[in-house]
Each structure stands twice: as C-alpha cells, then as structure tokens.
Design a protein around this ligand. Structure first.
Ligand SMILES: Cc1cc2nc3c(=O)[nH]c(=O)nc-3n(C[C@H](O)[C@H](O)[C@H](O)COP(=O)(O)OP(=O)(O)OC[C@H]3O[C@@H](n4cnc5c(N)ncnc54)[C@H](O)[C@@H]3O)c2cc1C
Ligand code: FES
Length: 275
C-alpha cells in the first residue's frame, strides 16, 4: 500500500482557542468543539495534542483524533478515563486551550477496492472522519461498543453495522450483533468474500484481531495505535511500538499512529493501546 507520508500533511501548529461546546453523545462518549485562532486542515487518522491553557494546565497535552473541522471550529470525541479527560469535561465552555495539530500519519485515501472499517471505543472518531470524507456504499463500516448506551448512535449513520459486548436496550429501529466488532465482520464476510482493505482503530485486542483477519484473507490492513503520548511529535519516545522489519521501534506519534499491520511485530506488542 502507498502510505501517505506525514511530511505531505500540513505542518502542525500550536493554536490557542477555547472550548465552544461540550456535550455527551452516549453514556461514555462526549463531543468537544474547540474554537481555535485558525482553521486546522487535516486528513482522517491525524490527531491533536490538546491541553488546557493556564490554570489548571496538564504537564502534557493529551492526544485526540480529529473528527471534523469547519472553519476555525474543530470537533473531537472523547471518553473520560482519567485525570486529563476529567479536567476537560469539567473545564466548561469558554475554558482556554492549546491545540497542537494536525499530527501524525493519516489513513490513506481509498483505492478502488472496497474497505472494511473496524472501530472500537475511542477508535471510532478517526474512522467516522474517514467514512465521512471518503466512504462509499461498497465499504463496510463496523463499530463496537460495550453496550447499546455506549455507542453514539446519532453519529453512526444507518450504514454503520454495530456490535455490543453486552446485549441490552437499543434505539428504536437499530440492531446490534452480540459479540465483538471483528466477529461481526467475520459474520458478514465469508471466507470467499472479495478482497477488502481493512482500516482498524481501537484497543490492542481489536487491532490484533483485525490484523489476524486480514492476514488470513491476504488483505491489506492498516491499524491506528493508541499508545500513551508525551510530546506528540517524535522527541520523547514515550510512544514507541515494535517494528517488524528490524527488531527496532517506531514512534506512534510521528511514524504513525497509522501503520501497515504487517509492519508491526505483534509478538512484541504488549503494553498500552487499550483505552
Ligand atoms: C493517536 C491517539 C488518538 C486518540 N484519540 C482519542 C480520541 O479521539 N478520543 C479519546 O477519548 N481518546 C483518544 N485517545 C486516547 C486518549 O489520549 C487518552 O484516553 C487520554 O490521553 C487519557 O488521558 P487522561 O489524563 O484522562 O488519563 P490518564 O490519567 O493519563 O490515564 C487513565 C487511564 O487510561 C489509560 N490510558 C491513558 N492514555 C491511554 C492510551 N493512549 N491508551 C491506552 N490507555 C491509556 C491509563 O493507563 C490509565 O489506566 C487517543 C490516543 C492516541 C494515542
Ligand atoms: S509522544 Fe513523544 S515521541 Fe511520540
């Protein structure tokens, strides 16, 4: 596959701005709208390092995938998992922020082959962005959640297929597969199914299962990894992932976060990657 070079994306800039809106979109997921001093053109799969400005700034910004941009308004989706995301939720509309964006290597634009999108948890935003920008009817978009309440149904168009770990109530007219998102894809795509390009983003078990599915079928597979990050631009090496080619490591923030699945050494891929 021809991976887009990070260097071809517009250079990242550290922009000042403020929280313009912050609303829940599911039991666990929240949409954050930032009004920044300049627009941020981005490619789906790229991310920002976001921090609150002034008091109470975090020592390090936190990485979030870019969901949508309209003028100077930038949208993200996030889950509260710890100190930084709790502070974001509590900061309130008008709170000043700094946003370093756009960062990282994006998912490639589609080639003529149909694609299979596999999203889990906070892996959904970059694939929502990809589907919004480039999705075609031939692509199969699958999103997994813990249960029906966990999923942002309002953002998932009717073409998205959904899986849940725990069965339960769903919005009227919607259905969900009982199992994980890769099992859902397997149930929809028999072994004889034509070739697809797999794009996956989510916790490490999802990425492993996506890579396994693609390897079994001989399909190309691109995964976006969710390592913990410090700087976001290749300096601190706090985000390294094991490379298959030479036993070394690549940085998730600069060489990724999108990698060809066969370019990673899954046997050495252990910690992190699991929000
Ligand atoms: C490229 C990239 C894109 C991301 N996009 C999104 C997004 O669109 N929406 C979203 O909600 N989150 C996203 N994340 C994850 C997000 O950055 C973390 O959830 C956030 O940094 C947690 O900050 P915190 O201070 O609240 O948690 P902390 O207090 O730092 O940690 C709380 C718990 O979460 C775990 N954790 C923290 N960061 C990660 C991580 N990156 N991977 C696995 N476990 C982690 C910690 O080990 C700990 O158990 C992305 C991460 C990366 C690398
Ligand atoms: S976060 Fe610093 S090198 Fe990747």
């Amino acid at each position: 596959m021809n991976m887009p070079a990070a260097a071809t994306a517009p250079p990242a800039r550290r922009l000042h701005g403020a929280i313009a809106a912050e609303v829940p979109v599911s039991s666990s997921m929240r949409r954050l709208e930032l009004e920044l001093e300049e627009a941020v053109p981005f490619q789906p799969g790229q991310f920002c390092m976001l921090n609150l400005a002034g008091e109470p700034a975090l020592v390090f910004g936190r990485p979030f995938s870019l969901l949508a941009a309209e003028g100077r308004r930038l949208s993200l989706l996030y889950k509260v998992v710890g100190r930084g995301t709790a502070r974001l939720r509590d900061a309130g509309v008008g709170a000043p922020v700094t946003c370093l964006a756009p960062l990282g290597r994006p998912f490639p634009a589609p080639d003529p082959r149909p694609h299979l999108l596999l999203a889990g948890g906070v892996g959904l935003p970059p694939l929502l962005a990809w589907a919004e920008r480039w999705g075609r009817p031939s692509d199969l978009c699958c999103a997994g959640g813990r249960d029906g309440d966990d999923l942002p149904w309002g953002l998932l168009g009717s073409s998205w297929r959904v899986s849940v770990d725990r069965p339960g109530a769903l919005p009227a007219g919607r259905q969900a597969f009982d199992g994980n998102v890769v099992e859902l894809a397997r149930s929809l795509l028999p072994a004889s199914a034509p070739e697809r390009v797999v794009l996956a983003c989510g916790p490490l078990p999802l990425l492993r299962a996506a890579a396994t599915l693609a390897a079994e079928r001989g399909w190309d597979c691109l995964v976006s990894v969710e390592e913990r990050m410090g700087c976001g631009y290749g300096v601190c090496r706090g985000c390294v992932v094991p490379r298959a080619s030479d036993g070394g490591y690549a940085t998730a923030c600069k060489d990724g976060p999108v990698f060809e699945a066969r370019g990673l050494d899954w046997t050495r891929f252990g910690g992190g990657g699991g929000t």
